[in-house]
Design a protein around this ligand. Structure first.
Ligand SMILES: CCCCCCCCCCC/C=C/C(=O)SCCNC(=O)CCNC(=O)[C@H](O)C(C)(C)COP(=O)(O)OP(=O)(O)OC[C@H]1O[C@@H](n2cnc3c(N)ncnc32)[C@H](O)[C@@H]1OP(=O)(O)O
Length: 364
């Protein structure tokens, strides 16, 4: 694989890294080693670590693959990485069956349905049997969908849920998938993932609207403080049971919620886990408007279609003027929340709460 015609940007490189995590088919060890080597070369330069012993087969294979790249420049390695990922994703696309309407519906996501129509990109969480709980794969899919939507030709972007729930928060089975490096490694990687995930909401450049079709829990609620507009069905509820789960707030809610509803109301939600009805959430400023469930979809989409026809540049610029004064602060809050959570996830309080749910001893 070579790529000298164009130079891949850091953003292209990061997108390619996300795409690798979403590959449906295992590309095989040879390709994985090549990806590993190009990644190391692109990020660290030529291999300078000691050669592993002959019996350390895996690390020796990785070392060989990296070392063989010699003095290949970092930029070239980055471009080759992007080219290689692109060849993997295009071959997997052409081998999967095209669905009718695929021009408007972006396929390739396992737990999202992403459509673009009437100037609106709709990202729908699509795991209704698990109440749209967000698995690790889904965090990556949502990040990719948001990054793609930020660059497409739609004027506004909507996040919503399929089924009776908007989102039941973090998938608690994420606590069971512990890698060889143990719970510390999992907590470290999860904190990085969460920071990137919330960062995508902070940096989203166009109007971002939540269409909250049903109950929202945990991170499905906290991230609402980073949307521009939140419409809710009167069947929706808003629950952040961090205390019950031995957790602490995320999604910048430790900053946005006190700002939106005042510190006392925010504390009741974020420390004591008080569940709000849609009307209460609206009265406290977290929700823009509540609609009876029977007319929710019709009313909201009629309104959004009208908004999507407004001049796109004016909408973008207005959003940025509103957001830019806060951006640095929001990123700092996000980093601090993730730092605290990394500790929480390793606490007995948190691990016991997750295990109680998973062993069906507790539910919210
Ligand atoms: C070591 C470190 C690892 C850390 C990894 C962290 C990664 C980033 C974390 C970001 C921080 C986010 C925090 C949060 O979001 S906190 C909130 C977490 N959510 C919950 O606690 C909700 C748990 N669910 C429930 O209490 C109930 O399911 C609910 C009230 C939502 C619905 O109840 P109902 O009776 O109507 O329906 P069921 O319980 O029968 O649900 C149907 C099936 O869906 C499964 N389900 C629902 N929610 C979740 C969930 N959050 N995680 C996993 N699975 C969920 C439920 O088990 C049912 O499945 P089965 O049919 O197979 O039994």
């Amino acid at each position: 694989v070579s790529g000298t015609a164009m130079r891949a940007s850091q953003e292209d490189f990061e997108n390619a890294m996300n795409q690798v995590k979403l590959l449906k088919k295992d590309p095989g060890n040879e390709v994985k080693l090549k990806l590993y080597a190009l990644y190391k070369q692109a990020t660290e330069g030529p291999c300078s670590i000691p050669k592993p012993g002959v019996f350390d087969l895996t690390n020796k294979a990785k070392w060989d693959a990296w070392n063989v790249l010699g003095n290949l420049p970092k930029e070239t390695a980055r471009q080759n990485y992007v080219d290689l990922v692109s060849s993997l994703t295009s071959s997997s696309k052409s081998s999967s069956q095209a669905k009718p309407g695929a021009d408007r519906e972006r396929q390739g996501y396992e737990n999202l349905v992403v459509t673009s129509e009437d100037g609106i990109t709709k990202i729908m969480l699509n795991r209704p049997i698990k109440k749209n709980a967000i698995s690790t794969q889904m965090y990556h899919e949502i990040m990719l969908a948001l990054k793609t939507a930020s660059k497409d030709d739609s004027t506004i972007t909507v996040l919503t849920g399929n089924g009776d729930y908007y989102c039941s928060g973090n998938d608690l089975t994420n606590f069971t998938d512990i890698p060889a490096g143990g719970v510390e490694e999992k907590a470290k990687n999860s904190a990085l993932m969460l920071r990137d995930f919330v960062g995508c909401f902070i940096d989203f450049p166009k109007p971002l609207i939540a269409v909250v079709n049903g109950p929202a829990v945990g991170i499905g609620v906290t991230t609402l403080g980073l949307f521009d507009v939140v419409y809710a069905s009167d069947k929706a509820t808003f629950h952040t049971p961090f205390g019950h789960l031995g957790l602490s707030p995320e999604g910048c809610s430790s900053y946005t919620f006190p700002k939106i509803m005042g510190p006392a109301k925010a504390a009741e939600m974020l420390i004591f886990g008080k569940k709000l009805t849609a009307r209460e959430a609206c009265a406290q400023g977290l929700v823009t408007e509540v609609f009876p469930d029977s007319i929710f979809q019709k009313e909201v989409w009629t309104r959004l279609k009208a908004y999507s026809k407004l001049p796109p540049n004016a909408m973008r610029v207005s959003k940025q003027v509103i957001r830019n004064t806060e951006k640095e602060k929001l990123h700092a809050v996000n980093a601090e929340e993730c730092r605290v959570l990394r500790e929480r996830w390793m606490s007995d309080e948190c691990i016991n709460a997750a295990m109680n749910f998973l062993s069906r001893r507790a539910k919210l």
